[in-house]
Write a protein that binds this ligand. Structure first.
Ligand code: FO1
Length: 321
């Protein structure tokens, strides 16, 4: 079975670990969000690609869900000693090697998709990880600080400000001009099922869908498209998805997110058991809906994520019938 998964950061990566356990013989292609990418110290950092690669490759810092395990921060403190910031983004020594190799290969002319493939040679994530595009896309967030409106990089909003101020707008800068990376449209066209894991519907999955051609390819693939709600009980399971959902006028609810994606895209939607009351509203939007446990209580073992993945695949078969 060929499965295509649109993935963002932590929630997507943990779901993928469960999907691999639930469908060990499946051929899984992950289309990774690159809107989180940030250039720091002359290096290109790809947080969502690295979170998938490290999580599935066994190098992730499990508590954080980002960065490497057994990390040290000598380089970061030496940079700070030179007064070179930003200090609010925690790049570790081991992680720096990934960004150095990536930036070196990009500088030699390799596209991000080839670089990602090369980095995955080391990590062997057990899935094919393709960036949504090889072109530069960076999500910026419009905020009002001290009475002044300005656009800041997503990472500054997310990490430095901790999404403590309202996001007035979320803009994937460069998305309109971006082209799907090699292999993305082919993977969607040959998929047996497409999954939207519980990643952020605006800044992760929304950004991937903003690359011209990707949303259309999924809508026209003619195979089941099934998503899992990142919102449980009207609150995001993790992160601050409600902040960016508000920016696009979507309430932080399991049903509202399904409606946001729309029945033109989604065939099935899983909500958590606490949101069983939302099933009827989702079904009336023309999207098949089931209420199942969606909290990945045991990220390490991944058995909860495997159960969620099995439910998603089962719903896909139900939709296909
Ligand atoms: N998230 C944080 O909350 N604090 C950090 O200091 C931080 C550093 C960091 C370094 C490399 C990397 O790949 C990711 C990092 N993240 C950090 C996570 C990052 O903000 C992700 O983009 C979000 O978690 C959304 O996916």
């Amino acid at each position: 079975m060929r499965i295509v998964v649109l993935a963002g950061g932590i929630g997507g990566a943990r779901f993928l670990r469960g999907l691999k356990a639930a469908a060990p013989d499946a051929d899984i292609t992950v289309i990774g969000n690159t809107g989180d990418d940030i250039h720091l110290f002359g290096l290109k950092v790809c947080p969502d690609l690295d979170t998938v690669m490290y999580t599935l490759g066994g190098g992730i810092n499990e508590e954080q869900g980002w960065g490497r395990t057994d990390e040290t921060f000598q380089v970061k403190s030496e940079l700070a000693a030179y007064g070179v910031g930003p200090e609010w983004f925690g790049l570790g020594d081991r992680d720096f090697a990934t960004h150095i190799v990536r930036t070196q290969m990009l500088g030699a002319g390799y596209p991000l998709s080839a670089v990602t493939e090369a980095l995955c040679d080391r990590w062997q994530p057990g899935v094919r990880l393709i960036p949504m595009t090889d072109d530069r896309v960076e999500t910026h967030v419009a905020v009002e600080v001290d009475g002044e409106q300005k656009a800041i990089h997503f990472q500054e909003y997310w990490v430095r400000l901790r999404a403590s101020v309202d996001a007035l707008a979320v803009v994937p800068v460069g998305a309109e001009q971006a082209k799907p990376a090699p292999g993305v449209l082919e993977a969607i066209a040959t998929a047996d099922v497409v999954l939207f894991p519980p990643s952020n519907p605006v800044v992760s999955i929304g950004t991937i869908l903003a690359v011209p051609g990707i949303r259309e390819a999924i809508a026209e693939a003619g195979v089941p498209v099934v998503g899992l709600s990142p919102i449980v009980g009207d609150a995001p399971v993790r992160g601050m998805a409600d902040k960016v959902l508000a920016a696009v006028g979507v309430e932080a609810g399991a049903a509202a997110v399904a409606e946001h994606y729309g029945s033109g895209l989604l065939d099935g939607w899983l909500v958590d058991t606490v949101d069983a009351g939302a099933v009827e509203r989702v079904e009336s939007a023309g999207i098949r809906c089931r209420a199942v446990p969606l909290i990945m209580t045991d990220p390490e073992e991944g058995t909860a994520a495997a159960a969620m993945a099995r439910e998603a695949l089962a719903l896909a078969e139900e939709v296909r019938a």
